[in-house]
Structures are given as C-alpha cells and as structure tokens.
Design a binder for this molecule. Structure first.
Ligand code: FES
Length: 108
C-alpha cells in the first residue's frame, strides 16, 4: 500500500480459480465486487450491490446464466451492468479488470 493518490491494481483472484462462465465475489475497497470470466481472456468486474435497495446480486443462476440477478426484487442486469428487468434505477458500476501472469487484478 502506498499513500500516493491515484488508482492501484489490486490482486483479487487467480485466473485458475475462475472457469469460463464462472464468477466470484471479491472485496475491493471494502465493497463486494463480482468478477466474472466471460471468455478465456475476457473478464468483467461489476459492483455486486444492487442499485435498487442494496442487496447482493448473484451471477450464473440456472435461470439467468449470463446475467446478474437480484434475489430481493428480481432485478436483472446484463454483463455490462445494464438493467434488463426489475426495479433497479441504475446500472451496476463497473471496474477495470486485467489479468497478468495468472493473477486477476482490479483497479481501485
Ligand atoms: Fe435488488 Fe430490490 S434490492 S431488486
């Protein structure tokens, strides 16, 4: 940790942990963030906090395989965080993600 201002890359997972199609909730700056591996070399990182009333969304449910689903009031978000259904007023914020030497890194 440095005290300098500006973004830092933080390791949150290893690429071995995530098979294609799988997601994992990690903690970034004390917030839950979903990292999903969409393709072999394509990852997405989105806030796991529903923009409706703050429940934690789920990725990869059988009935919503490629979407984020909020169990509280059935909001549905696509892989970019856009609202597809339900009462959520805003998209899920996204974070920059990269993979380097088998490590999955998010920008804080
Ligand atoms: Fe997610 Fe209401 S808190 S839909």
């Amino acid at each position: 940790q440095t005290s300098s201002a500006g973004a830092e890359w933080q390791e949150v997972a290893t690429s071995d942990e995530l098979l294609v199609g799988q997601g994992k909730i990690v903690t970034l700056a004390n917030q839950p963030v979903y990292v999903v591996r969409l393709q072999e070399n394509e990852y997405k990182a989105l806030s796991a906090i529903c923009t409706h009333l703050g429940c934690i969304v789920k990725w990869g449910l059988p009935e919503h395989p490629d979407h984020f689903f909020c169990p509280c009031h059935a909001a549905v978000f696509d892989t970019f965080g856009n609202v597809l259904a339900g009462p959520a007023p805003r998209p899920l914020p996204s974070f920059q993600v990269k993979v380097s030497e088998g490590k999955v890194l998010l920008k804080t």
